[in-house]
Design a protein around this ligand. Structure first.
Ligand SMILES: Cc1cc2nc3c(=O)[nH]c(=O)nc-3n(C[C@H](O)[C@H](O)[C@H](O)COP(=O)(O)O)c2cc1C
Length: 376
């Protein structure tokens, strides 16, 4: 793994190791994948202006919600992560424990939230897809709290499943049906196939106890069958009343919605276009971040994800106004490329690059990063 010099290298290795449907599920976006591309273009367009002769070593610590994290980035919620490699979710959670950054356990993770919380040693958050059934929401939140989780992320940008064309083309339909095309993809990746055979195909342990069953659907359709697709601000108010910890609303792309979330008592706004997996024509997350920061001023806690492939991207997002940054695919490209060692390599690449970039631009700490470091 030491020879992987970038997240891109890990992604290329992941593409070679995974069957097409698994890599497509991780790597792909919705529609013509415009939102996916735009996330990268938005970040690449951010130029940093280095300051020189400032001496000293930068501090990468970032404080958020009364906690000091070792890094200004964390691991975003990823459903069915163990499809990339058995144990991928726990491998990512262990990096969170090692480098002291938050990892967000998804409602539709392939590892139980309790196990992720244990592996993350106090660094786990929980992401809720609001269920149609109130009792399920209550139970999930009670379980998260009992597992020591104190930050709840409610994802609000899935009113309908995204148009995941790669999943359709690759016959990625759950539960796995061994049709010829599917089997051909598996057969071309014997290492992955053997690993999956040993571990069993990944499921949805957080939901299993509520009797949710996967029946001939794409994963996106399965998720839609579980979640409340007619979510309202009133529902969010109900969750605010239910949850004693910090509340973050994920999937916000405009200032009016951000303000609405803060008004109902959210502690943070997670600016995201769901990694380009929902609305094809959505703006890039970093563009939306800058616009929301300009409207809301410096007080609002703004978290951002989408397209992060290096520590330099983390710093770009910070200069554009993010208080904290998350990456989704980066960690799972790592796990797919090399299991635990690959997840560790992804985390180390991001961490080393954050430090290098702060040093290069002469910024003493994440806290000091602001628009003054933007070029032009
Ligand atoms: C395979 C995959 C599964 C995802 N599952 C979830 C999920 O269960 N809940 C959620 O809120 N977001 C989910 N997301 C979106 C991520 O949390 C995050 O917003 C996105 O991946 C960020 O973009 P990036 O992958 O370019 O870093 C998923 C993303 C991917 C790639």
């Amino acid at each position: 793994m030491k020879h992987a010099a970038s997240i891109g290298d890990l992604a290329r290795r992941a593409r070679r190791r995974l069957p097409g449907f698994a890599f497509g599920f991780l790597d792909g976006g919705s529609g013509e994948e415009g939102g996916l591309r735009r996330n990268r273009e938005g970040l690449e367009a951010v130029r940093l202006a280095p300051r020189v002769c400032r001496g000293g070593k930068p501090v990468t610590e970032a404080s958020l919600f009364d906690q000091i994290h070792g890094q200004p980035f964390g691991a975003a919620p990823v459903g069915m992560g163990n499809l990339m490699w058995p144990g991928a979710d726990l491998a990512v959670a262990r990096q969170a424990a090692r480098l002291k950054f938050p990892v967000v356990a998804s409602t539709v993770a392939s590892t139980a939230l309790e196990a992720i919380a244990e592996a993350a040693e106090g660094q786990a958050w929980f992401q809720l897809y609001c269920s149609r059934q109130e009792r399920i929401n209550r139970d999930l939140l009670a379980r998260a709290w009992a597992a020591g989780i104190r930050v709840l992320v409610v994802t609000v940008d899935v009113p309908m499943a995204g148009d995941r064309r790669r999943d359709v083309r690759n016959r990625f339909i759950l539960p796995f049906r061994p049709g010829p095309r599917f089997l051909a993809q598996v057969a071309s990746c014997p290492l992955w196939a053997l690993a999956m055979l040993r571990s069993g195909s990944p499921g949805f342990p957080n939901l299993a106890r509520y009797g949710s069953e996967v029946q001939g659907q794409t994963l996106a359709a399965f998720i839609m069958a579980q979640i409340k697709d007619d979510l309202t601000w009133e529902d969010l108010r109900g969750l605010r009343d239910l949850w004693r910890g910090k509340l973050v609303i994920k999937g916000v792309l405009n200032a009016a919605d951000a303000r609405g979330a803060l008004d109902l008592g959210a502690d943070g706004i997670w600016v995201s276009n769901h990694g380009g997996r929902q609305l094809d024509s959505a703006p890039s997350s970093v563009e939306a971040l800058a616009a929301i920061r300009a409207e809301l001023g410096s007080e609002a806690v703004l978290i951002m994800d989408g397209g992060i492939r290096s520590g330099e991207d983390v710093i770009r997002a910070g200069a554009r106004g993010a208080d904290f940054v998350f990456a989704g695919r980066a960690f799972y490209y790592g796990a797919a490329a090399g299991g635990e060692a690959g997840a560790a390599r992804a985390a180390d690449i991001l961490a080393a690059d954050v430090k290098r970039t702060l040093t290069q631009i002469g910024c003493p700490s994440w806290r000091d990063l602001d628009q003054g470091y933007l070029w032009g």
